[in-house]
Design a protein around this ligand. Structure first.
Ligand SMILES: CC(C)(COP(=O)(O)OP(=O)(O)OC[C@H]1O[C@@H](n2cnc3c(N)ncnc32)[C@H](O)[C@@H]1OP(=O)(O)O)[C@@H](O)C(=O)NCCC(=O)NCCS
Length: 212
């Protein structure tokens, strides 16, 4: 059984290992990481996927801001990512469960929109669209077509124009205790899955096996 539960400090090392496995150790050189520098993630939206108590998936959220100098306005929004699933368990519904569960929570907590840098072919199924991010620019991103936005509150995309910047560091971080969510297993781990654009080819063995 796959369990989706809130991220805890004890998972940090396994999450970093998962992210290195999936994106490569040079992942921090990506433009989007500049938005996370010195900023705490939004704890109550960050989740992990556990199978038999072992970590096989992670989703994190950060505060970000869209600043439109011309209009003299800014809008705060969520930055989703990284999202990563252990290659052995990709295609089993873990990514979907992590995204859908956390977006429901985001709506309940009053967030208005979420932005990410990722593959439209995957994130489109969750409502992330290039069209919503047309007026947003992520400095340093070589492929702005991968900057996608999803409205959480209808009409919020119109507020999200200008340059994406780091959120102010005084962003409040709260930790909420919540019960774990159990997810019925989806398809069995498949070997025929697509490698995400910009992502790495799935290794043959899972993380746990490689660490053992
Ligand atoms: C992308 C990722 C998070 C998806 O998680 P997952 O648990 O494997 O995905 P799910 O099981 O929820 O969904 C599987 C579906 O997504 C599809 N899919 C996976 N990656 C895709 C991609 N890059 N483009 C289009 N579709 C993709 C699968 O083909 C499958 O389709 P189906 O439901 O029609 O069979 C995971 O494969 C992963 O960690 N990839 C590498 C890291 C990455 O790219 N992260 C996102 C950028 S922040």
């Amino acid at each position: 059984m796959i369990q989706i539960t809130a991220e805890q400090p004890r998972y940090t090392e396994d999450i970093e290992y998962l992210l290195d496995t999936v994106f490569g150790a040079d992942r921090r050189s990506k433009a989007v990481y500049a938005l996370r520098e010195g900023i705490a993630p939004i704890d109550d939206l960050c989740h992990v996927a556990l199978i038999d108590g072992e970590l096989h998936g992670s989703i994190r959220y950060w505060p970000a801001r869209a600043v439109h100098a011309g209009r003299g306005r800014h809008a705060d929004l969520l930055l989703l990512g990284p999202l990563a699933v252990d290659p052995v368990f990709q295609g089993a519904g873990i990514g979907r469960a992590l995204v859908e569960h956390s977006l429901v929570l985001a709506g309940r907590r009053g967030h208005r929109a979420a932005v990410l840098v990722g593959d439209p072919a995957y994130y489109g199924r969750f409502g992330f669209e290039r069209s919503g991010a047309r007026d947003l620019r992520l400095p340093g991103e070589t492929d702005q077509e991968r900057v996608l936005l999803r409205e959480i509150v209808r009409g919020a995309a119109a507020e999200c124009a200008g340059t994406l910047v780091r959120a102010p560091t005084e962003h409040p971080v709260s930790v909420l205790a919540e019960p774990a969510v159990s997810v019925p297993p989806g398809t069995t781990p498949s070997s025929g899955r697509r490698a995400p654009e910009g992502g790495r080819q799935a290794p043959e063995e899972g993380m746990s096996a490689r660490r053992a």
